[in-house]
Design a protein around this ligand. Structure first.
Ligand SMILES: Nc1ncnc2c1ncn2[C@@H]1O[C@H](COP(=O)(O)OP(=O)(O)OP(=O)(O)O)[C@@H](O)[C@H]1O
Ligand SMILES: [Mg+2]
Length: 356
């Protein structure tokens, strides 16, 4: 059988650029070279699409200086990468794409829209599930319909901050301190703060407004942070449970990627019935958003009421060597090679079903 060509698309303009580089390395190492010829395309922080020679160039960071441009054609009759170096053009036929992009432009349906136009099978959720999952406000509205508990919240439009007193009064009338303030779309804790009083709330709202036009203020849930991986299409399955134990006040960007005091535990001790409730809720959320392929769904186990509370869904969770998503499947006997192979297979299955 002829080898298929897979494009691994990584980097990107989002705040999660670096994590995407690490995820791409994990995925490239896991792709079976007997079945797939990997073409690596990196998107720089400025938005240049670059054809990367080898995985090692991602590890040492030299890829960003590459001189060959490579873009995916949106012309579905072509199914190709169009490459250019100086005045020379050529093309590389493409079979399937693994968009290893986290956050804006990668996890929010944008690149998925391009891949739909290109008529190429691609790994992960489609345009709509990606867009809804990335947006904390829309995701909450949909999850609310499922009857799954979530933190009480107040949506805020950036323009409303011109009358800060009114916004603060509304939040204070509905929530008590401390409150979390988040941009609806950001990712990796960027623009998120925990406000303990009015002064901090105002600063938190202004900070979140630097990241998005739509924000939310949210009740603080005191409890444990538990995550569940989902894999598959209509018959999607949930993994076991992973727990995040942080040393800082919340699981912010530094504690996620640099702080060694934060750790993850797979299949932690939990009160009876909680793991199954999380697994069920994770799959329900995945389907409600029209998920496909993969997602990680994050919950709290609220201390005082011993109940699970939905926090968020990530349609392209981290794939670094210390990321929860691959670790949760490894604990189920599916190593990274099998996991990546299954994800690529699912991309083909989805294309056959004509799902968007
Ligand atoms: N309502 C809340 N109550 C208590 N802690 C919260 C609450 N919301 C967020 N946190 C803390 O802040 C962290 C980051 O918030 P959240 O998961 O909503 O955004 P995010 O991490 O930016 O999104 P992503 O995981 O896609 O990168 C959580 O992991 C948790 O530690
Ligand atoms: Mg999170």
């Amino acid at each position: 059988m002829d080898k298929k060509t897979i494009v691994v698309l990584f980097g990107g303009r989002s705040s999660e650029h670096e994590i995407s580089c690490k995820s791409a390395v994990t995925i490239l190492q896991a792709i079976d070279p007997a079945e797939y010829d990997s073409k690596i395309v990196g998107i720089t922080r400025d938005g240049h699409w670059i054809l990367v020679n080898a995985m090692e160039d991602i590890v040492n960071g030299s890829w960003e200086k590459g001189t060959v441009t490579a873009v995916l054609s949106p012309d579905c009759t072509r199914k190709e990468l169009i490459c250019r170096e100086a005045e020379a053009y050529w093309h590389i036929p493409v079979d399937v794409v693994f968009p290893v992009l986290h956050g804006r432009n990668g996890e929010d349906g944008t690149v998925q829209g391009l891949l739909e136009l290109a008529g190429l099978p691609y790994v992960g959720c489609g345009l709509m599930a990606s867009a809804l999952g990335m947006d904390k406000l829309y995701a909450k509205q949909i999850v609310g319909l499922l009857g799954i508990a979530q933190a009480a919240y107040v949506p805020v439009q950036k323009e409303a901050l011109a009358q800060m007193d009114l916004v603060v009064a509304k939040i204070e009338s509905r929530l008590s301190y401390p409150v979390f303030v988040k941009p609806a779309n950001a990712g990796s804790s960027r623009g998120i703060s925990k406000a303990h009083n009015r002064e901090e709330l105002e600063a938190a709202l202004l900070e979140a407004a630097n990241h998005d036009e739509r924000l939310l203020a949210e009740e603080t849930i005191v409890g444990r942070e538990l995550e569940c991986a989902v894999l598959g299409g209509k018959e999607a399955k949930a993994s076991g449970i992973g727990e995040i134990i942080t040393a800082t006040e919340f699981y912010d960007y530094d504690s996620k990627y640099t702080d060694t005091n934060s750790r993850t535990v797979i299949d932690p001790e939990l009160p009876a019935g909680i793991a199954d409730k999380i697994r069920e809720a994770a799959v329900a959320v995945f389907h409600a958003l029209n998920g496909y392929g993969l997602a990680r769904v994050d919950f709290f186990l609220e201390e005082k009421r011993n109940r699970i509370v939905f926090n968020e869904i990530n349609t392209l969770p981290g794939f670094t060597n210390i990321s929860m998503y691959p670790m949760l499947w490894k604990a189920q006997g599916m190593d990274i090679h099998k996991l990546v192979a299954r994800q690529i297979e699912l991309a083909y299955e989805r294309r056959k079903q004509g799902r968007i």
